[in-house]
Design a protein around this ligand. Structure first.
Ligand SMILES: [Zn+2]
Length: 327
């Protein structure tokens, strides 16, 4: 039976929206409202849109354009795969006007949603088209193949946002849900979504043309976050640690990667910002390759090569062109 307070909550939340704020368009990034780290604002009673990790936070901020408080459960600088939630995170989810997450990526979030049953929930996993399974990642293969089904994303690669086309599809799903939940401002959400999608489409074009003629198509990364990007732009990804950065590579796995680096003439091993570069350095050290940074955009910190998704993706493109010898 639907609790009556759900309705009052939602309409009260809608009053907080102002047409003026929405009219600001995507220029307002909403950074002031995005901390969620208990630093004062937004309070739980602000009825924020709660997002589970950075790319979802960024998309919602672009589409709401500062009109709605947006919080994120994965604090900046923490690695999202093994997120643990604090009691105030659970409280925030229970009061949220909308919770946006990707099923199967962060077990703690999946569990909390089942427990809290927030007023409105959007799982973006279907829109993201998580078609890559973990089957090719050593160590995960057996579980992933048998667990995977249309409504169980635990066996799939979650890193959809590194493919701008998949990210655009997710943005459209978010925009549609915001418009449905808050029809009074649907036009603004639609407009902001279209503008965000246009920027992603432009980025897709830049990546495609920038990665067309490269000396090497072999992409050796520290954790295997770039599968959708590699698939989209014709690269072959080899992750040292698998889809989750926690999985430790075996000695045999490291040797296999090192052999590949030598036989394919790979000159650059990519490490990332939120994970210790230990394994990337080991492989580089044993093969004579150099180490460069490729950011899987699982969070923005002061160490990031840019202040938002677009800036970091352009920096990633530059790093790929340099390491793969693209002209
Ligand atoms: Zn990851």
């Amino acid at each position: 039976m639907p609790p009556p307070r759900v309705r009052s909550r939602r309409s009260r939340g809608a009053v907080l929206l102002t047409a003026a704020a929405l009219a600001l368009g995507t220029a307002a990034c909403g950074t002031a409202s995005s901390s969620g780290a208990g630093t004062g604002s937004p309070a739980v009673s602000d009825e924020a849109v709660v997002t589970s990790f950075y790319p979802l936070q960024f998309a919602v901020e672009q589409i709401t354009a500062g009109a709605v408080p947006v919080t994120v459960l994965t604090k900046p600088g923490t690695e999202p795969h093994d997120l643990e939630l604090a009691p105030q995170d659970i409280a925030r989810m229970s009061k949220a006007r909308l919770v946006v997450y990707a099923d199967g990526f962060q077990p703690a979030v999946d569990e909390a949603i089942a427990e809290v049953q927030p007023t409105s929930v959007l799982d973006v996993a279907d829109a993201a088209d998580l078609s890559l399974t973990l089957a090719e990642e050593s160590g995960h293969a057996d579980e992933s193949v048998q667990e995977h089904s249309a409504h169980d994303h635990s066996g799939t690669d979650p890193h959809f946002w590194l493919d701008p086309q998949r990210y655009a599809a997710v943005a459209k799903a978010i925009g549609a849900r915001l418009a449905r939940d808050d029809p009074a401002h649907a036009a603004a959400y639609d407009r902001n979504t279209a503008s965000f999608v246009a920027r992603l489409t432009a980025l897709d074009g830049q990546l495609r043309s920038g990665l067309t003629s490269c000396r090497s198509k072999v992409l050796v990364t520290s954790h295997a976050a770039f599968g959708y990007l590699a698939q989209r732009y014709g690269l072959q990804q080899h992750g040292i640690t698998g889809v989750s950065p926690d999985a430790e590579p075996s000695g045999a796995g490291l040797k296999q990667i090192a052999d590949l680096v030598r036989s394919q003439g790979v000159t650059t091993i990519y490490q990332e910002t939120l994970v210790e570069p230990h394994f990337a350095e080991t492989v580089a050290g044993s093969t004579g390759a150099s180490v460069a940074t490729l950011d899987p955009l699982e969070g923005i910190t002061s160490a990031s090569a840019g202040k938002d998704y677009f800036e970091v993706m352009r920096s990633n493109l530059t790093a790929l062109q340099k390491g793969l010898g693209c002209s």
